[in-house]
Write a protein of this length. Structure first.
Length: 178
């Protein structure tokens, strides 16, 4: 298993931001990603809930990143991506295991595309292998920017949520400003 470190990005001049931006733009369609300037602004303003983390190997190789939100009772992973050359090496699973341990006893929640495409099915299977279960609720991700549509997604969680509808309201309020 490859070893890695996780670095919090707290400076808008951090050189890892260019690598993160490249992977972010390549990994998520426009309607599933926050405008890049919004991420920069949250870093610059030290948003109290938002975190951007880089995953870097011992050999200083960039493996990936994730964005997360420390919400009451839940750690919400907004975006998680591993470089294509590093997929299937166990790094993604190891990071998810570490995140679940850090979040405990809170649940870890992710949004994923609906099943039906090979890419979505692969992501869902990855999260299921790592202890996530689908949440039984029709869910729509609010648009990240004017002119974008809502996207029907699936929520998955490492633990049952006591009140799923209250969680969605909190998610839409704190993460999406809706």
């Amino acid at each position: 298993m490859k070893k890695y470190d996780i670095y919090g990005i707290t400076d808008v001049e951090d050189p890892l931001l260019e690598k993160i931006k490249g992977l972010y733009m390549a990994s998520f369609p426009e309607n599933e990603r926050r405008p890049w300037q919004s991420i920069i602004d949250m870093i610059a303003n030290s948003s109290p809930f938002f975190n951007l983390k880089a995953i870097v190997g011992d050999d200083n190789v960039f493996y990936g990143f994730y964005t997360s939100w420390n919400l009451p009772g839940v750690l919400y992973i907004e975006h998680f991506a591993i470089e294509s050359s590093e997929r299937s090496t166990g790094i993604g699973s190891s990071v998810i295991t570490d995140l679940s341990a850090v979040a405990a006893p809170r649940a870890v929640v992710v949004e994923v595309e609906l099943p039906g495409t090979s890419e979505a099915d692969r992501r869902i299977a990855f999260y299921e292998r790592n202890g996530f279960q689908p949440i039984d609720l029709q869910y729509f991700q609010p648009p990240y920017a004017p002119g974008l549509d809502m996207v029907e997604m699936m929520l998955m969680s490492t633990k049952p949520l006591p009140d799923v509808k209250a969680f969605v309201i909190m998610l839409h309020t704190l993460v999406y400003n809706q």
